[in-house]
Design a protein around this ligand. Structure first.
Ligand code: ADP
Length: 406
């Protein structure tokens, strides 16, 4: 991929001025598709660099649409909307993986850099393609197969260790939605749902893991890449709850292998920007890839306060092909806890107690309305003593949610 030269280039469509900036402000415009919290925090990271943002958002109320100055409200599934949006952008990047591949190819054909590009993004969009590609690269994955009905699932189970088997829609799942645990043959008889949607279904062995890890890396078009420390990611009901950086007691060799694996995947797949490789650490000391995300990721939120350069800042640098920033941690331990909505709708009133109790606490809220179980923010804490750092983060997240009252 060629290097963008912002000194001579006037933007793909010759339109660098979008009317919001004084003449002479020539910093590049990053076009962000998707208005969620990842877009909001990526925008935040671009502000000190003077990078301009343009956002394509589903609604004017979306998390990022509340804070970005230049917002287009429209449907990312519509090519003409995307084309219109891309006019005046120097590069397009994403807060989600759902933009149709053929639209991304059309934008590229129009001369607009799309980062990560459609050829890479495919492996974050489609779990079946991801498994096939990683397996062809010799990257360790759970045993898997594309299945089309219950008989296929039964055959898949019989060829391995039997049930349980995990079924996943290959496209469109998130936060455990689109994942089904099939515990037994009887269970299978009652599992028609995965086959209803008309989307291909991936069957996987249920991995006997000790914990889930994530190896986060960032790669630029230039081929420069950085690796963050491997983290432990704890899920509750299929939703990320706590991330500990670095993963406690992780064997150094295994940590190095996980980082190398993520760097290799980023390179082989041609990823540009942030890549999260979600991993299982098995009981017998191996790592298997669960899935890939090609955008800033929940397992990297700790980097906002715990690393020298955050995942968001490095994603911005990468998509603009700028030199990447130092990914090393600032403290021995950083903990991120997600703040989920609970029965307590007024989180702001909880600030007084949280801030007074822990002046080092870092709170990040997404501007979302509070609904039970919905991710509405996260907190980061860091320090020298893991138990204490964990305790502070869990307390703040619980207090904000309303499950802890003192
Ligand atoms: P999503 O795209 O919704 O995040 P994932 O594929 O990451 O879906 O699965 C959600 C969760 O289900 C994982 O974080 C993990 O806890 C569990 N899981 C997924 N695949 C497996 C597997 N093969 N074996 C055991 N647990 C799994």
């Amino acid at each position: 991929m060629g290097r963008m030269d912002f000194r001579t280039r006037r933007g793909p469509c010759g339109n660098r001025s979008i009317g919001r900036y004084p003449e002479g402000v020539t910093f590049p415009v990053v076009g962000m598709v998707g208005g969620g919290q990842l877009a909001r925090m990526t925008h935040e990271a671009g502000i000190p660099l003077g990078i301009r943002f343009k956002l394509l958002s589903d609604t004017p109320q979306d998390s990022a649409a509340q804070v970005v100055g230049d917002v287009v409200v429209g449907d990312y599934r519509d090519l003409e909307t995307l084309r219109e949006f891309a006019r005046g952008c120097d590069v397009i990047t994403f807060d989600h993986e759902h933009v149709p591949t053929e639209h991304l190819r059309a934008l590229e054909a129009d001369g607009i850099p799309v980062r990560p590009g459609p050829d890479a993004l495919l492996y974050a969009q489609d779990k079946g393609e991801m498994r096939a590609k990683l397996t062809s690269l010799g990257v360790p994955c759970p045993r898997h197969r594309i299945v089309s009905d219950a008989a296929d699932v039964a055959a898949f189970a019989a060829e391995g260790d039997g049930f349980p088997v995990i079924l996943k829609t290959v496209r469109g799942g998130y936060d455990g939605k689109g994942v089904w645990f099939v515990r037994s043959e009887e269970d299978l008889a009652n599992t028609a749902e995965p086959f209803k949607a008309g989307v291909a279904v991936l069957a996987e062995e249920k991995v006997d893991f000790v914990r889930e890890l994530a190896a986060n890396v960032v790669r630029s078009p230039h081929g420069q890449a950085v690796a963050y420390p491997v983290v432990e990611s704890q899920q509750v009901d299929g939703v990320c709850d706590t991330v500990i950086a670095p993963a406690p007691d992780l064997d150094e060799t295994l940590a190095g292998e996980a980082q190398e694996l993520a760097l290799r995947v980023a390179k082989e797949l041609g990823v540009v920007g942030h890549l999260a490789v979600e991993l299982f650490e098995t009981r017998d000391g191996r790592i298997l890839v669960n899935e890939l995300a090609m955008r800033p990721h929940n397992s990297g939120h700790w980097t906002q306060d715990g690393a020298i350069t955050s995942q968001f800042a490095n994603h911005v640098r990468a998509v603009l092909d700028l030199p990447l920033g130092d990914p090393r941690p600032r403290a021995p331990w950083t903990v991120m806890c997600n703040v989920l909505g609970g029965d307590f709708p007024d989180m702001y009133s909880a600030y007084l107690h949280c801030m007074a109790r822990d002046p080092q606490l870092k709170i990040h809220m997404y501007g979302k309305d509070v609904k039970p179980g919905r991710k509405v923010g996260h907190v980061n804490t860091y320090g020298d003593d893991l138990d204490e750092v964990l305790d502070r983060a869990r307390h703040a997240a619980g207090y904000l949610r309303g499950t802890i009252t003192e």
